[in-house]
Design a protein around this ligand. Structure first.
Ligand code: BGC
Length: 416
């Protein structure tokens, strides 16, 4: 099928995961406290802070027409109210370079990391963060809005609720009394109850704050130069009830997904980010079925989950959809090709049924810093030599690039 004109074919990254040296962020701090739970620090990451021109040239050569990347709040506003003109100029150069390569820049204003001072003022556990985020968004809209192609306010603002439903986040009490939180707050000169870094935060307070942060950020981004679309991105899985798990599954869907999707109503778009499906039993989430193929992350290999999440989001949010992340961590790149092929077939079926899907961004352009798991999981279309920073293009990059160039899922080389 030929995709609609103007369909965006992209890859996605986040500032902290690829730029390197994000020293003013809360994440950098957590990577360096004595009791850190990160397996290794982010360090130089992929040095995209300095190598963006080379990366954009590569994306253009491959055939993409868009790139999703992060603007790092911790760089732009390293101390409260102190905006760095030099860093804003850096992102201006980056946006311009992106456009010069024929790539529409989609930016993310907050992709998990915040400035340290935000974390020391309660992060998203504090109701003041919404206003502070809006002030930062306003500045970005004013100074960079003329070059932005599309903007995501917060990446996966439902992440905490999702981790909670999946049983992977410690209890509020454990987080509040953890050694790492004590050490990080000590480093910032505040009491442990004042320090909060997303998504490792006490869960009970943050949902309303984060939804308000999106809303105020959304309005602020519309206040400046440029008429680009703005939306949130959501971590969505296909949640499937196993026998006896119907109630738990319905509750998880409601708590971790639907309330957030509903908040996207009236926005310019909703960003769907899907990696797998999850079964629910009577006691909660179940591990993948015994015979299932699993990815490097331990997720079930199930690209079709994307079809369910696109359909659900479109039905509830009633706004255009971008698939802002879809991907797989795999050492065997042929599994990535297969994943992409089947994920795009989902997009195609949705478009055929009249759903307004406007773009597909593969996560990720580069093998990068996978948060607490460090550099182990390989999500990239392009490998990165960790010593020389050399980019090594994988066959999956060429594969997706060919479809991008043809604006179609029929690959002229494999005819698949
Ligand atoms: C996040 C990325 C992350 C990816 C793979 C998404 O939830 O937005 O930052 O690297 O998943 O785990």
């Amino acid at each position: 099928m030929q995709f609609p004109d103007g369909f965006l074919w992209g890859t996605a990254t986040a500032a902290h995961q690829v730029e390197g040296g994000n020293v003013n962020s809360d994440c950098w701090l957590l990577e360096h406290v004595k009791s850190t739970f990160f397996v290794e620090p982010s360090g130089d990451a992929c040095d995209q802070y300095h190598r963006y021109a080379e990366d954009f040239a590569l994306l253009q050569r491959l055939g993409f027409n868009s790139y999703r990347f992060g603007i790092e709040w911790a760089r732009v506003e390293p101390e409260e109210g102190e905006f760095s003109r030099a860093e804003i100029e850096h992102y201006r150069r980056m946006l311009a370079a992106c456009r010069e390569r024929g790539l529409l820049p989609m930016v993310t204003l907050h992709h998990f990391t915040s400035p340290r001072w935000i974390a020391a003022r309660g992060g998203f556990e504090s109701s003041d963060t919404a206003g502070r985020f809006a002030r930062y968004c306003e500045r970005i809209a004013k100074d960079l809005g003329d070059l932005i192609g599309a903007a995501c306010t917060l990446n996966e603002l439902n992440a905490v609720s999702l981790l909670q439903q999946m049983g992977t986040l410690p209890s509020d009490e454990k987080i509040l009394t953890s050694r790492w939180r004590a050490e990080a707050s000590h480093a910032m000169g505040v009491a442990p109850e004042s320090f909060s870094a997303f998504p490792f935060c006490a869960q009970s307070t943050i949902r309303d704050n984060i939804l308000r942060t999106h809303r105020e950020g959304y309005d602020a981004l519309h206040s400046g130069r440029g008429k680009f679309p703005v939306g949130m991105t959501l971590a969505l899985q296909e949640l499937v009830p196993a026998e006896g798990g119907e109630d738990r599954c319905a509750a998880a869907l409601r708590e971790s997904e639907d309330v957030f999707i509903e908040a996207a109503r009236g926005d310019d778009f909703a960003g769907v980010q899907t990696y797998t499906r999850r079964f629910f039993g009577s006691k909660g989430p179940l591990p993948p079925p015994k015979d299932a193929e699993c990815t490097q992350m331990g997720y079930e290999f199930y690209p079709e989950a994307l079809e369910a999440t696109i359909r659900r989001t479109a039905a509830i949010a009633k706004c255009p959809i971008y698939v802002t992340e879809s991907g797989i961590a795999a050492l065997d790149d042929s599994r990535r090709v297969e994943f992409i092929r089947r994920a795009l077939a989902c997009v195609e079926r949705c478009i055929r049924d009249g759903i307004d899907v406007r773009g597909y961004y593969y996560w990720s352009m580069l093998d990068n810093f996978e948060w607490i798991l460090g550099y182990g999981p390989k999500f990239g279309l392009v490998a990165v030599d960790r010593t020389t920073q050399e980019r090594i293009v994988k066959p999956s990059a060429e594969y997706l690039g060919r479809m991008a160039r043809a604006n179609s899922t029929s690959d002229p080389v494999t005819r698949a």
